[in-house]
Design a protein around this ligand. Structure first.
Ligand code: PHE
Length: 341
């Protein structure tokens, strides 16, 4: 009988089922009513009393071993089944889509504007965000007492000599004139900084795109035609422009450019405040003093310059009502531009 018990113990140890059903079969064979263990119990009744103690212990050991092994195997089987269900090899699992980002509306509009002007022969120029007084103000004919130099508008990094954050990208135009002889045709996109309180319509950091065209015989009419072309490309074929006299230290004469309101078609609405027109940029003929400061002979050359805020163009194009949205990186806002362009 001891031999039989030992043989069964070995079978319990060596039992390696392939499927859950095999475990159940094994359990019935070992521990079931007509199983091996009960058969041994029958036999146990008939053995001599002096052997009962020893054999009883052996039988108990076998019973425990079989019960524990069956429980362990069941658990193991369950775990592998779960793992398998969760593994990548499960071809029935639904695929997980990669989330795609979208372009920021400021980049979208910037790229569009650059593209329109590149068709007119302009190339993109770049420059530093931290500038000196010369490139931001002096070379552009700002008088020493001009309010734009005031602490209230400009972020100064250092005083005397003045190092500051550029307040407009006209500084890139100065750097281009330093480097290059006319003809010059550049478009200058970039970040600019002004010390303004942040609200729905103003921010201390925003983006500009400015343009400069210098050659022999460049006229105001050339400027007007180029800006009309730009307005039609960005706001649609029906767009019209008008120019109102204005003042900038670096241009003479200067003008503000309005585009006909694309929402109401010029009839007047809330966005254009009933006027039918939207202000989009400043422009003008480059002041001879600016040409002289940059070693370009104003007797031979003339040119025009223009500048606009990208946030403003994007607001008008996409109906964005609060400038702060551009800087918050809220994906619910950004995802609305997935399909744009
Ligand atoms: N630099 C001007 C600004 O920042 C814009 C401008 C550029 C106006 C060129 C006229 C000509 O407001």
């Amino acid at each position: 009988m001891t031999e039989k018990i030992e043989e069964l113990l070995r079978r319990v140890e060596e039992f390696k089922p392939q499927a859950a059903a095999e475990i159940e079969e094994f359990r019935i064979r070992m521990l079931g009513k007509k199983g091996e263990l009960n058969a041994l119990m029958e036999e146990f009744r008939t053995v001599a009393p002096e052997l009962k103690r020893e054999l009883g212990q052996q039988l108990n050991r076998l019973k425990t071993a079989a019960t524990e092994r069956i429980a362990a195997l069941r658990e193991q089987m369950q775990n592998t089944a779960e793992e398998h269900a969760a593994s990548e090899e499960d071809l029935t699992r639904p695929g997980s889509a990669d989330e795609l980002g979208s372009r920021h509306p400021i980049s979208l509009v910037k790229n569009q504007i650059v593209e329109v002007f590149s068709r007119l022969g302009y190339t993109v120029a770049d420059g530093p965000e931290i500038e000196d007084d010369w490139h931001v103000f002096s070379a552009l004919n700002f008088p020493p007492e001009h309010p734009a130099r005031d602490m209230q508008d400009t972020f100064f990094v250092e005083k005397n000599p003045d190092i500051l954050l550029r307040t407009h990208t006209s500084s890139i135009q100065v750097r281009t004139m330093e480097r290059q002889k006319p003809p010059i045709r550049v478009i200058c996109p970039g970040r600019v900084f002004r010390n303004e309180a942040i609200s729905y319509r103003a921010h201390c950091i925003f983006h500009q795109i400015e343009g400069l065209y210098i050659d022999e015989g460049v006229s105001f009419a050339d400027m007007k035609q180029s800006l009309l072309y730009f307005a039609k490309e960005i706001f649609g074929e029906e767009a019209r422009i008008r120019m109102r006299p204005s003042y900038f230290p670096f241009t003479e004469p200067s003008a503000e450019v309005d585009v006909s309101c694309n929402l109401c078609g010029g009839k007047g609405c809330a966005v254009c405040k009933g006027t039918g027109w939207l202000e989009i940029m400043g422009c003008g003929m480059v002041d001879p003093n600016v040409l002289k400061a940059n070693n370009i002979d104003p007797e031979i050359y003339s040119g025009f310059a223009f500048g606009m805020g990208i946030e403003r163009i994007a607001m008008l194009k996409y109906g964005v009502k609060d400038l702060r949205l551009y800087f918050e990186n809220d994906v619910r806002f950004l995802h609305q531009f997935d399909q744009a362009l």
